[in-house]
Design a protein around this ligand. Sequence first.
Ligand code: GLY
Length: 353
Amino acid sequence: MNKQVVILCEKLETSLALAVEKCPHDKLFILTDEHTHRLCMPAMRKVSYLNNAIEIAIGAGDVHKTLESLAAVWQVLSTQGATRHSLLINLGGGMITDLGGFAAATFKRGIAYINIPTTLLSMVDASVGGKTGINFNGLKNEVGVFAPAASVLIETEFLRSLNDENFFSGYAEMLKHGLISNTAHWAELLRFDTLHIDYEELKQLVGHSVQIKEEIVAQDPFEHGIRKALNLGHTAGHAIESLALAEDRPLLHGYAVAWGIVCELYLSHIKTGFPKEKMRQTIQFIKENYGTFAFDCKQYDRLYEFMQHDKKNSAGVINFTLLKDIGDIRINQTADKETIFEMFDFYRECMGS
Ligand code: GLY
């Protein structure tokens, strides 16, 4: 997979000019959702070389990460005369960068695209690393391809208008990057004042977080090995997210990841010896900032079933990424049903759910 260029922008306009210049094109398209159309496009229109760009706007949120929205994007590209030499800019959160990346990767067998993530989650995770796709058949990211953006332009000024829930949703992925990298970064993430955000400090943390992800993706772009480190918290997290969806208790992805981290640090502690004090401090941070997702023991079987259908498994064996310590990653771990139920008991006990 080609390496994508990830830029922490000083000025979006300047970085975008350079990124567009590096992608010679005949026509320029910009994909937005109803939020970025309203909040970000007016400023983008003022940039002279974007004047003639054709905007494609779709519905916002994960419910629109569908085949229908994808077809709507293909439709505009096709009817507006996009060729293999056209360029697509994806302006939005993870839904837009995933779906837009997939549209670009498949239209005429692939056109170039640039991601401009506007949420914390898409800056530190979704827009970086070349995973694209849509939800299908009730399953998240069921259909997609690996296809790197030509450039990913991270403009942290967008974060100033993010609501608390979207801030914390992205921050959970940063916390995950802290846990899989080193104690110093993990500790600075726990120390960060989430109630009074210092945006300059946040920008540094975002830069560091993206670098951690980039280094892992560069080693294993197609997730055969070490990229699985990025799945920490996601096996239990996806089960919680699926249960929430099935019970119509909507929640943002990062919240499920945070609660998944609580579960999987427990497994890390009992199976690979993750230090108890670091587990306690991380869980304390999550409890204070994310609250809890309540479930009782009657829902354990359902959660377990969701885990069994996780696409990270192979041959029906539930796959976890665990830690022996911060930065000491153990991929391809498993646990039996009894241990997984114990993990749920631990979660409920310490999170008071
Ligand atoms: N979101 C995890 C990855 O990109 O591999």
